[in-house]
Ligand binder design. Sequence first.
Ligand code: SF4
Length: 434
Amino acid sequence: MRRRLAVVTIGCKANFTDSAEIAALAARAGLRVVSETAGADILIINSCTVTHRADRDSRALARRLRRQNPEAVIVMTGCYARTTPGDRACLPEVNHWFGNDAMKELPRLFGSLSGESAISGAAPSLVAVNRLLGRTRVFLKIQDGCDSACAYCIVPKARGPGRSVPLEKVMESIRRAEQDGAREIVLTGIHAGRYGADRGETDGLAVLLEKALTATSVCRFRLGSVEPLEITPRLVERIAVEKRICTHIHVPMQSGSDAVLQRMRRPYTFTAYREKLLSITSAVPEARLGADVIVGFPGESERDFTETLDKIRELPLSYLHVFPYSTRTGTESASWADDVGAAEKKRRASLLLAADKEMRGDYAKAQVGKTLSVIAESENAKGGNLEIKGLSENYLEVVFSSRDVSVGDIAPVRVLSARNGKLEGSIVSDSGKD
Ligand code: SF4
């Protein structure tokens, strides 16, 4: 019987893409990829190290999975595995460690675990491998690594310098994914806004989107995070004009205080950040924009924080990801005093989270009466009806009933209500009626 392998992912969209690559390698080596961890023979934890909490989650997951599957082989991969070799001795639950820099060793391990001496199978398609991992949408890596040096960030060390996947390779993957039935492709990268910059290109992300749209006819495309200064007029114009580019962009901010941004080595001021967001919403008024904010960065005074809290209200944001600062060994700020206490970080984070809740609620309510383009992600029989959960182009979960829509389809859904940020709607027929 083929041994079963499950991949559990922590962290960013780039990690989700790496997990798909890991699953493809495993399938190719003759292992059976499953989405459930219970009963799996081999468990891959694709870990994250962006904060202390991510480290802790990676360790806790290893312990939980060991309790669940005492006999399984547990493999830790990803950023935590790469940056914290000192933790290995205190995590006996893990059998094998492979940092991002050692992933090329995985096929050999998979070969030995599956009993095959060499990789023999054909590589499964991107669509197939994402389905094996329980995903409807296809995550496609277009770029990895980062050349910036934000004072708090360990990612350049964990992922190495920025490098773009060759355009032809990306296009081939996109064409094939559409042929195989993909209806949404998420273009991921650590610094995707600099796609092509390592080859001396400008506006590489906009160019890639233009080519992707020409090469396909039904797939829609979603961008992950784009740094503010990489939002160019050409990129905004594409999003405004092309209905197949999702109107959701995550634009990291980190602080509303120019003094803090400068110490963080972020290459913009708050005013420049706001202008970038406004350049998007003036062209795409319905766009859903979100931001990362770090609280309690070394030296962040009460005044700096209040400035951030107040200025956020000036921005056309509809949600925040809030991160209490934590020191990452190997970063520039690790040598600075972590001088905002834990309780104060918690207080600041809670104030931002309250603002986040309000923004999410307001944006969700504003969707009532609109028709959104929703990709069906899961279905569930409920009282004689088929309840479908899907994801809209502006990244909102929408629930609706339909007998004609299958998982993976994109359907127009009119939003009827928004409660606690959750949307319910009904499908719009070709005649335009609900
Ligand atoms: S841009 Fe800054 S925060 Fe983002 S990955 Fe690079 S160094 Fe880290």
